[in-house]
Design a protein around this ligand. Structure first.
Ligand SMILES: [Zn+2]
Length: 176
């Protein structure tokens, strides 16, 4: 209809924007990841970000600095205790399991192989990712797991005017 706003954001921008905003909740100084799960009718089912495993506080208990990687102290290595954004988003969804069938996962970083395993058995059938995980050999394992489970993946394609989406949203949140 004439008169509509022309610069409204697309579904992809909306859901990736929510994944990006979710990532801002993460307390990991090195890697912030956010995820948003959407059903076939564009309803948001769940969101998540990388945090501590159940029972641990992501504010007080997590060895976010991972000093153990230098000292050898395993209790100070975050990887043993962190729960990834995708896992959290799937676990945070409390509705009927069928709704996950055919759902799309928007995630700011391509899933690791553990998350790929979880996605493969969740019913999610499509992944839209913002950044590719930098360890290529691990990506190959994730891609193999996902392809075996008929899960598609595609990079998020930003239009130029929404590359600044995250900062625009955060700016509005802090200025009002
Ligand atoms: Zn993962």
């Amino acid at each position: 209809m004439p008169g509509e706003r022309k610069d409204y954001i697309s579904w992809d921008e909306y859901f990736m924007g929510i994944a990006l905003l979710s990532a801002e909740r993460s307390k990991d100084p090195r890697t912030r990841v956010g995820a948003c799960i959407v059903d076939k009718d564009n309803h948001i089912l769940s969101t998540g970000y990388n945090s501590a495993c159940a029972g641990m506080s992501d504010k007080y208990d997590m060895p976010w600095a991972s000093e153990g990687e230098q000292t050898g102290d395993k209790m100070k290595i975050k990887d043993y205790f962190v729960v990834h954004a995708e896992e959290n988003a799937i676990d945070n969804y409390l509705g009927p399991k069928e709704k996950l069938n055919g759902a799309t996962l928007y995630v700011t970083l391509f899933p690791c192989y553990k998350c790929a395993q979880k996605i493969a058995r969740s019913g999610i059938k499509k992944i839209v990712y913002l950044n590719m995980y930098k360890k290529e050999d691990i990506n190959e394992i994730s891609k193999y797991i996902l392809s075996k489970a008929n899960v598609e993946w595609q990079p998020y394609k930003a239009k130029e005017e929404v590359l600044e989406l995250k900062s625009k949203v955060l700016e509005k949140l802090s200025n009002n």
